[in-house]
Design a protein around this ligand. Sequence first.
Ligand code: GCV
Length: 697
Amino acid sequence: MPLGLAAALSLLSLPFAARAEDGHQLWLRYPSAAVGRAGSAAISAPDTHNRPSLALAIAELQRGLPARARQGRFHLTTPADGSWPARYDGLGTDGFALSSRKLAGRTETRIAAKTDLGLLYGVFHYLRLAHSGADLGRLDLVSSPRIALRVLDHWDNLDGTVERGYAGASIWDWWRLPDWRDPIYTEYARANASVGINGAVLNNVNAKADSLTAPYIAKAAALADVFRPWGIKVYLSARWSAPIELGGLKTADPLDPAVAAWWRAKADEIYRAIPDFGGFLVKANSEGQPGPADYHRTHAQGANMLAVALRPHGGVVMWRAFVYAHDNPEDRAKQAYNDFKPLDGQFADNVLVQVKNGAIDFQPREPFHPLFGAMPRTNLMMEFQITKEYLGQSTHLTYLGPLFSEALHADTLSKGAGSTVARVVDGSLDGHRLTGIAGVANIGANRDWSGSIFNQADWYAFGRLAWDPDLSPKAIAREWAAQTFSPAPKVVDAVTAIMMPSREAAVDYMTPLGLAHQMSVYGHYGPGPWVNTLARPEWNPVYYNRADAQGIGFDRTASGSNAIAQYAPAIAARLARPEATDEKDLLWFHHLPWTYRMRDGATLWDDLVRHYDRGVAGVESMQAQWQALKPAMDAERFEKTRVFLTIQRRDAQLWRDASIAYWQSLNHLPLPAGSAQPAHDLGWYKALSFPYAPGNP
Ligand code: GCV
């Protein structure tokens, strides 16, 4: 048998070799009942010689074509292959066009793109439609990604652990790389390509310099080789002090010529091994990491020095704005803005400043980060966290599509109404061409990749929103549910109905009304609003809740930290008044008496308790809806999710009760009618200890 054919057949047989319904096949299940197995479909495409992405596109189409589409004819074309319709001239590099029509009783489908990678994305989109029950006979759509760099950040350590990872060990087998290229790398790349993700930062931002040594560059190069046909570039997190640690230099001062020369040589070395290397991600002067401030240099001076080293090769620097200092008494929420805003216009054009969606740290809800809209002369990229450090990790079902979408659609008003965060990130607001979005990956070696079946939806939603920030989280949930479980409308409706309110339920039982960072010291999982013993003030929940006998909340108006002044004047004016502030963000911006009247007339205290109750009830409702789906589900995935929902219900109750017990210890107020007292006294909740909770650094 010729080698090429053998390889193609082994690829085709992959889903059937995998264990049944353990979630490993993600949303790419192509269930055998739906996929025609009778011979190959009629696909006309250019010669695949030296065109690996095109070969993958054809193999994927053969592999995933549903029975109902198998009798049709498919044409895959790029401009280089002739017969290019002029109406597709405007397609972006990664974009694609899909069209179909009936001809003599057979459906003719054309997938057109300017590049082979665009064809691969087009095939995946076609298959997405096919397995979501779409009408395949009348397609007419074009689609190009709005954001250029669509990247997963892996916080994976070289010893195989994953910081804030809840899905087992790292999938990167650094020890056996570069020799052993585990098939999981191909599966990973394929899953990412299926949702348009085109970059992977391989190592933790809390980086070891070792990642930049020759052996580790060779390992990264092996991964890059596997990923390349799938359109995925590799990036590395760079440790700022590497010139000292690896190069024996006395300094890492970005203005020292020897330091700059060391980085140039390092970049040259990396590009010899990985010609399409994406660039560096840097966490500097943040949470103990070294950085240019150690030498009294700015973030821009640091980033630009690396940018010079990467520029000849076309690489970029993704420089994180997640900074706050232990010796800075300023409100933590203000510190990144204070450091970065004055540097607007000073970053090189191959630098992106990577900003988390909110100013603290991936909380269940945060107002949008004030840097969005405040640095028009800088390439700003978004950083989301797909791994749910603060949202119940692997066990809680909290679909992140609504969180991502809420952040992207926040209006910065920086250039009038409609200046959304999405338009900052996609470059259209300020005319930037280098654009990016990153998601901290939730991927590990667990069979189901993400620690739970529903966590896969967050990876999926990140990719889809990175492609088009305007997609609705509900439509994404529906697509995911159809492909992951079944396209039957009843199943899709019910799964979507569970997913859509799930994040709001978590906000309600964990941190309602704008509270944030209320977790215990054990791995950011359970409740600890009383915690006040951690080394740095801003690591303690009491720093954020400021609760006492009279009231609760963080005053960020002019009478407090005045963080509101970091927003556009019209937003700041609204946030200055509690009654004009969205109640979802109330206690983020205001310190208010427990007796403050909410819009519906209830006291703040009663309303707060009502939110906790609503959160617990929300999980109960999710449990009931999931139970009703049992007949439509395979036993394995049903049971895992059922048990996880039981855990979530228990945890939701714990969050509610522990939080209420603490607030009551301060305000001594009775609960509103119909609300049950916590099951235990405060001491009981305080005594809970989970020293081995997962994900700790
Ligand atoms: C990678 C939070 C997390 C840390 C993480 C840090 C960051 O503080 O708890 O684990 O470190 O954010 O984003 O750099």
